[in-house]
Design a binder for this molecule. Structure first.
Ligand code: ADE
Ligand code: ZN
Length: 340
């Protein structure tokens, strides 16, 4: 890539809207927390753990990701994990981030949702003073039952009030195939009644019909991944028409074998057809790079132009769940930077 464009991307103010905070746990921190909390890991060194990061599909990743998250027990652990991500986001000139967390991964081990949110909030409040604004989105694990999601939502209700400035939405993640969005229609309806923002992973490994379900049954505001939408021309036209954002994660797609080569990524086709795609890191500690690395990888492989990169950056700001005033302020900063 031309070094001027790389430098422009690196320093551009941007939003990251698809980052699982548990996926930012670097192996070094996993080992540190395991030692602190006396948690036994299946790997005896940082190198052995890192060597296991050779994934063949989404499930092969999730198995290791949930094992990694098992070291998180205290509020301090959630704070440390989040603060480490904040440092990386600031390095990449992320101006605003919307972070996912998976409460069911923790409640299963006896860690309350309140503990997780308190730790994450501590770090995000501090990040705010350093120029990184943020929101938090609670994700339901789709491989678990609807009842489990409903119980999780009920347990989280007081937190949606206490942290109303931060905890603004719900999402849906984990094993996609065999767990269509329709399974969670009722819990999403409850979240919608409370005025929460709604997102769902769909069309990552799952078919375009899952994207339709996310839109029509869950009534999501954004679709996470959504790259398989390209298989359905009518769906692409609708996404473009309704200005539905897709939070695309290029390095994740490559590592989880959604595409066997970055040059085959459908991001540019979606962009060409007017879909509001934007770039994210998903689980950066596992997929080999934070958000800027994702921009570099896709810009290089798909030979994106200066104008296309600007559109991706602008889309990231336009698709965020901030006030119109905050959004316009960030867009003005991007424009000033891009013109330099
Ligand atoms: N949880 C963490 N990363 C995920 C992904 N890429 N897809 C589904 N669930 C996830
Ligand atoms: Zn994801």
């Amino acid at each position: 890539m031309n070094p001027t464009l790389a430098d422009k991307i690196a320093h551009a103010p941007k939003a990251e809207l698809h980052i699982h905070i548990e996926g930012s746990l670097e192996p070094e921190l996993i080992f540190e927390l395991a030692k602190r909390n006396n948690v036994k890991l299946a790997y005896d060194s940082i190198e052995a753990l890192r060597a296991a990061y050779a994934f063949t599909d989404l499930q092969s990743f999730l198995d290791i990701y949930y094992a990694g998250a098992s070291v998180l027990l205290t509020e301090q652990d959630f704070y440390d994990m989040t603060m480490a991500y904040v440092e990386r986001a600031l390095e990449d000139h992320v101006a605003h981030t919307e972070i996912f967390f998976d409460p069911q991964t923790h409640t299963e081990r006896g860690v309350s949702i309140a503990t997780a949110v308190a730790g994450i909030e501590g770090a995000l409040a501090e990040a705010e003073t350093r120029g990184l604004s943020s929101r938090l989105i609670l994700c339901f694990l789709r491989h678990l039952s609807e009842e489990d999601a409903l119980a999780t939502f009920d347990e989280a209700l007081p937190l949606f009030d206490k942290y109303a400035h931060r905890l603004i939405g719900v999402g849906l993640d984990s094993s996609e195939r065999g767990h269509p969005p329709s399974k969670f229609e009722r819990v999403f309806a409850k979240a919608r009644e409370r005025g929460l923002k709604l997102v769902a992973h769909a069309g990552e490994e799952g078919p375009p019909s899952y994207v339709y379900e996310a839109l029509d049954l869950l009534k999501v505001d954004r679709v996470d991944h959504g790259v398989r939408s390209i298989e359905d021309a009518q769906l692409v036209a609708r996404l473009a028409d309704e200005r539905i954002a897709l939070t695309v994660c290029p390095l994740s797609n490559l590592k989880l074998c959604v595409f066997d080569d970055m040059t085959k990524h459908t991001l540019k086709d979606l962009l060409d057809q007017g879909v509001r795609v934007m770039i994210n890191s998903d689980d950066p500690a596992y997929f080999g790079g934070y958000v800027n690395a994702n921009y570099f990888a896709v810009v290089d492989a798909l030979k994106l132009s200066d104008k296309e990169v600007y559109t991706l950056l602008r889309n990231s700001l336009e698709a965020s769940f901030v006030s119109a005033e905050e959004r316009d302020g960030m867009i003005a900063r991007l424009d000033a930077h891009w013109k330099q």
